[in-house]
Write a new protein. Structure first.
Ligand code: NAD
Length: 263
């Protein structure tokens, strides 16, 4: 299927590895020019070079911390300067730290708020004007299945990601007159470094072997395996495509059937 993305420009936040990285590479394969960011300059540069080598696409790497307003502004303005337009925004950031209610101070709540919610607010604020100018845009937020079913020991994620879904639903209506769609993807367990860290933390906390922790997660998933990053990237590429022009305000699980509710 031709997704109609060739020649367009995407910005994928937090993309030196994991889900962001897979998404940037997937969009580059569609013929998009792609801007990516992460905090570590060296890892980011390497990711950009690898994506470029694998796809032949032009990739702009901008070292930036998405929880800092000045970094987000610089990221978007450098993307526009380099490519002259911005059509697709994929919001993403590292996950907030694991833990339960009494583990967190006000300072940790505020840091998670800046990372998980304000990064999305600021990325949207900066990226929407060029989409409005062209009357075409696609925004996809990477969230988590925790917006549908809270996950154990991930209290900050369970709480703050719901605000991203509320924002996406509201923006979907506000931006519809400009032909800009706003959707969210809700990954279940997907084999990335973040997932590996969560499994190790769980194994340590419960004093069980790592493979037992992995098996416990897998038992929750009807497809009986963890997802692969490119499987989430495929869903994002579709939501970013011309073909998905009538889908907005949706929150799509990519979770191997883990969430069991009907609606
Ligand atoms: P990851 O830790 O493997 O990769 C995170 C990426 O974000 C890295 O490139 C890192 O450099 C970058 N990053 C982190 N903080 C940043 C910041 N402040 N500014 C800029 N870049 C930053 O994580 P992942 O598994 O790819 O997950 C991505 C997001 O999806 C996270 O929020 C995670 O919690 C969420 N998620 C992941 C899964 C999963 O199973 N992998 C499931 C549900 C939700």
């Amino acid at each position: 299927m031709d997704l109609g993305l060739s020649g367009r420009v995407a910005l994928v936040a937090a993309a030196s590895r994991g889900l962001g990285r897979a998404t940037a590479e997937r969009l580059a394969r569609e013929g998009m020019r792609v801007a990516i960011c992460a905090r570590n300059e060296e890892l980011l540069r390497r990711a950009a070079e690898e994506i470029q080598a694998a796809t032949g696409a032009e990739v702009l790497a901008v070292p930036a911390d998405v929880s800092k307003p000045e970094d987000v502004e610089r990221l978007v303005s450098q993307t526009r300067e380099r490519f002259g337009r911005l059509d697709v925004l994929v919001t993403n950031a590292g996950g907030p730290p694991p833990g339960n209610f009494f583990d967190f101070t006000d300072g940790q709540w505020e840091a998670a708020f800046r990372l998980t919610l304000m990064s999305v607010v600021r990325l949207c604020r900066a990226a929407i004007p060029p989409m409005k100018e062209r009357k075409w845009g696609r925004i996809v937020h990477i969230t988590s299945v925790s917006v549908k079913q809270p996950l154990p020991n991930l209290l900050l994620s369970n709480s703050l990601r719901l605000a991203v879904i509320g924002l996406a639903k509201s923006l979907a209506v506000e931006l519809a007159p400009y032909n800009i769609t706003v959707n969210s993807v809700c990954p279940g367990p997907i084999a990335t470094e973040r997932m590996e860290q969560l499994l190790q933390a769980q194994a340590q906390m419960q004093n069980i072997p790592l493979e037992e922790a992995r098996a416990a997660w897998t038992r929750e998933i009807p497809l009986a395996r963890l997802g692969q990053p490119q499987e989430l990237a495929d869903a994002i590429a579709f939501l970013a495509s011309e073909n998905a022009g009538f889908i907005t305000g949706a929150a799509l699980q990519v979770d191997g059937g883990m969430v069991k509710f009907v609606l």
